[in-house]
Design a protein. Structure first.
Length: 491
């Protein structure tokens, strides 16, 4: 296992060096190497490290795992709703429970031999929906949805390392935040984010419907195309050393507002099949309030707190390269990063907390130097793993082999996926195309939305393949063209 891991990491490192030697972004080759060696293709790495544990032990076509979903009662599939609608099975003996007429799920008894009438025994009827053509198909698809959620929460170790690397990079980027420049760039950047979210949503929905698919498929596809990859945008800016420029600050701000709006769309999409209430959006609103408060504290209170804290710590190594105060400040940065990330994780995504945590140290001059000195090499390797594993392993290669999907995916990729993002900054002057191309990149969140929408019966397999091809176009072309557009802009 160690030998295979070392060979994989050396292949990724070599791809990164080759990219830089020929003057292109390393993102594309890192993703390409990861994809070729991934479990979907060559399966080079031991599956214990490269595949989510749940995918190794769960088989949604097996009776055991379908029964697990059924035993959860109405949490996934309301058996009574399928019986009332006459959609359990025809004849009923061919259904999931076979010739067993009376079944008990989660404390409720059902008579599956009686369809088309309310037949739950010993309890009042619980409201439910029949979103699938039969009860067993509901079990299979909800098993896949549950599996996607579990793997998103507890991924394989390499994917987890990649996520941690992005968190550290975003924290560092937060330390580059310029509060004074934000007063100028903030409102236009928010406008970029709004257009960058709305245009892919509308265009994606329209194109899918033009292909002959229903509105729900189109809305799910448009939602999948909406999120900009914060990780790719920041990596491109780091490589170009443009993070603290006007357009760099605009891209950072726009990417994070885009992330917030995409999460809103995500909540709306997965509420369409259920009941949409105030609680659907309460966590996200709470997260926004927390970020606003934390950002304000970062500009005003945090520098005073750091100064007070360091004044209480005796300096025992004043001549050392890493003094006692540096060590204390580094530990404080790690603590703030973890706490803020956990808070916003409960509200939507940990990335919000990572960025705001970095903003808390943006006005303390030594903070960035100390952080980079302690984490630079580690973060560099973790970001390589993010693109070669987290992003590459998320690409469902086997769904892409249909010629029809390739053609329609190209149309979807060039138009709703790429062009809409490129044109999302028309009011940003000469930097409009630099900002637009920086917003084109897509990564794991977009693929996850598509996978969950497909598992939730919000898009069929053909639509899913089209969306994945579109996302691949953006993932591949964004780094190449951004670098060329940026070089032309700088000259």
């Amino acid at each position: 296992a160690i030998v295979f891991m070392v060979i994989f990491l050396m292949a990724v490192w070599t791809a990164s060096k080759i990219s830089r030697s020929i003057g292109i972004s390393s993102i594309v080759l890192e993703i390409a190497v990861g994809l070729v060696l991934s479990p979907q293709l060559l399966g080079f790495l031991p599956s214990e490290y490269a595949e989510c544990y749940h995918r190794k032990v769960v088989d949604c076509s097996s009776f055991k795992d379908k029964a697990r979903i059924a035993d959860a009662g109405t949490e996934f599939c309301d058996l009574q709703a399928y019986l009332d609608a006459g959609l359990y099975a025809s004849p009923w003996e061919s259904g999931f429970f076979g010739d067993t007429a009376i079944v008990t799920l989660n404390g409720h008894a059902y008579n599956v031999s009686e369809q088309g009438s309310s037949s739950r025994l010993g309890s009042s009827r619980t409201e439910g929906k029949t979103d699938y053509d039969c009860y067993e198909n509901c079990l299979v698809q909800n098993c896949k949805l549950d599996l996607a959620m579990k793997c998103g929460t507890t991924p394989d170790i390499l994917t987890l390392i990649g996520h941690a690397g992005v968190a550290m990079m975003i924290f560092e980027s937060g330390m580059h935040f310029d509060f004074e420049q934000a007063k100028t760039v903030g409102l236009p950047a928010c406008g970029v984010a709004v257009l960058g979210t709305a245009l892919p949503l509308v265009a994606g929905t329209g194109v899918i419907m033009a292909f002959g698919y229903p509105f729900l498929d189109g809305f799910a596809a448009g939602t999948s195309l909406a999120p900009t990859s914060v990780g790719i945008a920041l990596r491109l800016l780091h490589e170009a050393r443009s993070l603290q420029t006007y357009f760099g600050q605009a891209i950072i701000t726009a990417a994070f507002v885009d992330d917030i709006l995409s999460l809103l769309l995500y909540n709306i999409l997965f509420s369409l099949q259920g009941e949409m209430t105030a609680m659907t959006f309460l966590p996200m609103v709470t997260g926004l309030v927390f970020m606003a408060v934390a950002a304000g504290a970062g500009a005003t209170l945090c520098p005073r707190m750091i100064s007070y804290m360091l004044s209480k710590v005796p300096e025992k190594k004043p001549q050392a390269k890493l003094t006692t105060h540096h060590e204390v400040l580094f530990l404080w940065m790690v603590l703030v990063l973890i706490v803020y990330a956990q808070i916003t994780h409960l509200c939507g995504t940990h990335l919000w907390g990572c960025f705001v945590a970095g903003m808390s140290f943006a006005t303390w001059k030594e903070a960035h130097h100390i952080w980079v000195r302690q984490t630079k090499r580690l973060t560099c390797w973790m970001i390589r793993i993010f693109f070669s594993c987290t992003v590459a392993f998320a690409i469902p290669v086997h769904e892409l082999l249909s010629p029809d999907a390739i053609l329609k995916g190209a149309i979807m990729g060039i138009g709703p996926c790429i062009l809409t993002k490129v044109l999302c900054a028309p009011f940003m002057g000469d930097a409009r195309f630099v900002i637009g191309w920086a917003m084109v990149g897509r990564a794991e969140f977009a693929y996850l939305i598509a996978q969950m929408a497909a598992a939730g019966n919000m898009m069929d397999s053909d639509t899913f393949s089209i969306v994945i091809w579109a996302l691949l176009y953006a993932t591949i072309f964004a780094p190449f063209i951004f670098r060329k557009v940026l070089d032309r802009y700088v000259k």
